[in-house]
Design a protein around this ligand. Structure first.
Ligand SMILES: [Zn+2]
Length: 246
């Protein structure tokens, strides 16, 4: 069809729109986040509807419209069924998708982000059900978040202190949630009043884990050995860091 475009896309969100239609948010490989109209998806015989549920990878055809562009066709490529049949899998996939949707603006293409999200869902989808417990889910989610931050320009500083610039040495260190990076004990003791809520203590092992995540691809094939306590510390850090980005 004239003016139409094709791209791989992940369905982020779908809302009802008017009587028979839907408004669907996609993260596309070629064009970034797009919000498109899908016509007739609420009619009983709609073939389109099944492929437009969140957590689906589709081969998408986009047709230019007068106001909003719309979905010409969407052919399902991967439905992540394994993940969808697992409560923890579904929870962490949904969590990742919601944050991704909140932090990404419309019409900013970034194929690296597309593949990061696809990879995240793939990893959750290929875990054995009995292995995907809360701890592993948290670990994969944290990994995903810090990779996301690095790609979008919010890579936390982990080698030098944010305030004085000296090399971070093991011992007592802090993480500045607002500015994204480590702060040494010296600077912590001299911090101005009112900066307490944005500073979190961080253990040496958590610093190591953070550096590992930032320097490696999102991948769990190397079977990270991380204990529960460290995963919990990383989970608090991840959520605190996310909350300061919105
Ligand atoms: Zn310092």
């Amino acid at each position: 069809m004239e003016g139409s475009k094709r791209t791989l896309a992940l369905v982020l969100k779908r809302q009802d729109y008017r009587e028979y239609d839907s408004l669907v948010s996609f993260y596309t490989k070629e064009y970034g986040k797009l919000s498109l109209m899908a016509r007739g998806t609420k009619k009983l015989k709609s073939k389109l509807a099944g492929h437009l549920e969140p957590l689906t990878l589709v081969d998408l055809m986009i047709i230019p419209g007068k106001g909003r562009d719309y979905v010409g066709s969407a052919i399902g490529q991967e439905a992540f069924l394994n993940l969808k049949s697992d409560l923890n899998g579904l929870y962490y996939a949904g969590l990742g998708l919601r944050w991704f949707n909140r932090l990404v603006g419309e019409n900013e293409a970034d194929s690296e982000l597309f593949y990061l999200l696809l990879n995240y869902l793939d990893i959750l989808n290929t875990q054995e059900s009995e292995e995907l417990n809360k701890e592993l889910g948290e670990l994969i989610f944290s990994f995903f978040v810090f990779k996301f931050m690095a790609i979008t320009g919010y890579r936390p500083a982990t080698s030098d202190c944010l305030s004085c610039g000296h090399k971070i040495i093991p011992g007592k260190n802090y993480f500045n949630l607002k500015n994204g990076g480590l702060v040494c004990a010296d600077c912590f003791s001299k911090r101005p009043l009112g900066e307490n809520t944005e500073l979190l203590t961080i253990s040496d092992n958590c610093v190591k884990l953070l550096r590992f995540m930032l320097d490696n691809n999102l991948d769990l094939s190397q079977k990270l050995k991380v204990d529960k306590k460290l995963i919990k510390e990383m989970a608090v850090l991840t959520r605190g860091f996310l909350n300061f980005r919105t």
